[in-house]
Write a protein that binds this ligand. Structure first.
Ligand code: HEC
Length: 128
């Protein structure tokens, strides 16, 4: 019969491993809750934009003025990529972030009023 101390060590280290995994998972959850969700959910600009109904027609006009120089008059792509079907690649929040964040130079950071952003969003989603 093995002594209790011989089998206690592997079990203890297994418990340590499980505890470490639990802590790591909890840490990842906290990071997600603190950083990612508020950025996605409670950003007041994004929220108010998504609450508004957008007009694709107005959005198209805004697009011609602000975006067509890079994305092409028919959003067919020029300096910036072709935007047809972009709503299948990016969700509403991601599309808004793309326009307002300036995170992907050379595309500049735009600061449209929520209604204008809602219109642009409707236009982008109309590009099938
Ligand atoms: C100075 C040029 C420029 C202007 C102006 C510009 N964009 Fe862009 N846009 C880009 C470039 C370049 C990218 C690709 C960025 C990357 O992912 O690296 C891009 C990417 C995008 C994407 C994501 C495309 C994808 O396939 O994921 C969207 C949506 C978009 N632009 C919308 C707009 C809208 C709407 C406007 C006007 C409000 C605008 N862009 C104005 C250059 C521009």
């Amino acid at each position: 019969m093995t002594s209790p101390s011989a089998s206690a060590l592997p079990q203890a280290s297994r418990r340590t491993l499980v505890a470490a995994l639990v802590v790591a998972f909890a840490g990842a959850c906290i990071v997600l809750v603190l950083l990612v969700l508020p950025a996605a959910r409670s950003d007041p600009y994004t929220r108010s934009t998504l609450e508004l109904g957008g007009s694709a027609e107005n959005g198209g006009r805004l697009f011609l003025l602000n975006c067509a120089g890079c994305h092409g008059i028919a959003a067919q792509g020029l300096v910036g990529p072709n935007l047809h079907g972009v709503a299948q690649r990016k969700n509403d929040r991601q599309l808004i972030q793309q326009v307002v964040s300036g995170r992907t130079p050379p595309m500049p950071r735009f600061q449209p009023e929520p209604q204008a952003m809602a219109d642009l969003l409707a236009y982008l989603k109309s590009l099938v």
